[in-house]
Design a protein around this ligand. Structure first.
Ligand SMILES: [Mg+2]
Ligand SMILES: [Zn+2]
Length: 198
């Protein structure tokens, strides 16, 4: 199992934003989504999707339909060589006061428990402030993509650590950060002093 994970938003980040997407046939990947996620897997990262789906709570469609949409999403991604480790969704309405609707951290905590990874060492990617706030709340590194509502989010006040074009750009930024982390880990290894005696 990967040691570090990326928590990725769905709508506007992996697939094109559609208002209450309800038909698997409406699914269309964002530019560079497949190649970007594949690159993250190649970097040894795990991938989980964290998504708010209040359309369920609003009765717009049933949970079984959501599973069909997610099957189609996995199928589209598989064509790009991407296998997701998990998809976590919140079906509730804001007024349900659940603990899983982003920016709350319930789903992220659940994923971290399921796969045994550390949230502060994770990356959170999304197109809205609720994604970035989730990242902040768990001390992860937050990346704002400009796809979906991202360009709009980038114009306002936001808490992103990095603003990127799309998921491929996100993968490149993550790669740089992983390199910096590993160099830092190397430098912080205790220096062994050896005394040479003649
Ligand atoms: Mg989104
Ligand atoms: Zn919820």
């Amino acid at each position: 199992m990967p040691r570090r994970f990326v928590l990725v938003d769905r709508d506007g980040t992996i697939n094109q934003e559609r208002h209450y997407l309800s038909d698997p046939e409406q699914l269309e990947l964002c530019p560079n989504a497949g190649p970007g996620l594949r690159r993250m897997l190649e970097l040894g990262l795990g991938l989980v999707v964290i998504t708010n789906q209040s359309a369920i709570g609003r009765g717009k469609f049933k949970e079984s339909r959501l599973h069909e949409i997610h099957d189609r999403l996995r199928q589209l991604l598989r064509a790009d060589g991407v296998l997701l480790h998990g998809i976590y969704f919140c079906p509730h309405l804001p007024e349900d006061r659940c603990a899983c609707r982003k920016p709350l951290t319930g789903l992220a905590q659940q994923a971290a428990r399921d796969f045994g990874f550390s949230l502060p060492e994770s990356f959170v990617i999304g197109d809205k402030n609720c994604d970035l706030e989730l990242g902040q709340s768990v001390n992860a590194t937050s990346l704002l993509v400009r796809t979906g509502y991202g360009a709009e989010t980038a114009r306002g006040p936001h808490q992103a650590d990095e603003v990127v074009e799309d998921l491929l750009h996100a993968a490149n930024v993550i790669e740089d950060r992983l390199e910096i982390d590993s160099r830092r880990a190397l430098n912080s290894q205790p220096v062994k002093l050896r005394l040479w005696t003649a």
